[in-house]
Design a protein. Structure first.
Length: 284
């Protein structure tokens, strides 16, 4: 069991890097949203939400996809390390610390940032040497030395409302050190996938009430528009998750795991994966 990490937020008494301390900001902010009264910023404000997320996040089919993500990240980091003597990483919207913890062994320093104190409380029980910060990067400008060689943002872009996506990615682009730095993020709602058969049902919540992640999807062209709007360009896209949970259960875990691994990242088949993993960099 890793020693519990400290979390920094105004008034909590932990001293992280001075640049983060000076710019720390309370997590809850007001923003205009495409669904009035809702912002993904506040989705995990309730502590029970964090506990629920941690319990179900890697259950069943999600665990198969997580194994694929880990293999991708391992391979990527091997190549990335060959071009970087030192790697400072930011895990944006780090949640309960899944990505932060996994990436610790591949980087020299890591910071996990989230607006949810309850999510960070869970992350603090996992990470070994990362700095955890409760802060909203979308409303604070980067300061001296607050740049990174690598930024990750998993399970965020799909769930966030459009104005928050733009604000967040603009903030992340401003924190990339230079053109050799990379942003890795995923879209886990590609509609050109097995989800195409359930889009009418999944889209219904968007018409009837607040933005909900289970009824959400995001096209590849929308991702490209987002990157272009904040001065980023795509370097690589890696598709995975072709089978879906129902077919995976029918096939059995071992067979589903083998098939998903063999399908993942293929130039043609990957386009039909429900999960699309992107690597982006600053435009020249």
């Amino acid at each position: 069991m890793a020693e519990q990490a400290s979390i920094h937020s105004p008034g909590w008494g932990f001293m992280p890097r001075p640049s983060l301390l000076r710019q720390s900001t309370p997590a809850t902010v007001k923003t205009e949203s495409w669904m009035k009264g809702y912002s993904y910023r506040n989705h995990f404000a309730n502590p029970n939400k964090a506990v629920e997320y941690e319990r179900v996040d890697l259950a069943g089919y999600s665990e198969i996809l997580w194994q694929i993500e880990k293999e991708f990240l391992k391979s990527f980091m091997t190549k990335f390390r060959s071009r970087h003597q030192r790697i400072d990483m930011l895990d944006f919207a780090c949640g309960t610390g899944r990505i932060t913890l996994f990436m610790e062994e591949f980087v020299d320093s890591s910071v996990g940032v989230d607006v949810s104190r309850s999510m960070l409380d869970v992350a603090a029980t996992k990470v070994a040497r990362s700095t955890l910060v409760c802060r909203d990067l979308t409303i604070t400008a980067p300061v001296a030395n607050e740049t990174y060689d690598l930024i990750t943002a998993f399970r965020f872009v799909l769930n966030a409302e459009p104005d928050l996506r733009i604000a967040a990615f603009r903030a992340l682009a401003a924190r990339l050190k230079d053109r050799s730095s990379r942003l890795i993020f995923n879209n886990h709602g590609n509609p050109i996938s097995h989800r195409v058969f359930t889009l009418p049902v999944q889209a219904a919540p968007l018409l009837l009430g607040p933005h909900r992640s289970e009824g959400n999807f995001m096209t590849h062209s929308s991702v490209m528009d987002l990157l272009n709007a904040v001065g980023l360009e795509m370097e690589q896209v890696y598709g995975y998750g072709l089978l879906g949970a129902r077919i995976s259960r029918m096939l059995g875990e071992a067979r589903a795991r083998a098939l998903e691994a063999s399908f993942s990242g293929r130039p043609l088949l990957g386009r039909f994966g429900v999960n699309q993993l992107y690597v982006a960099r600053l435009k020249a």
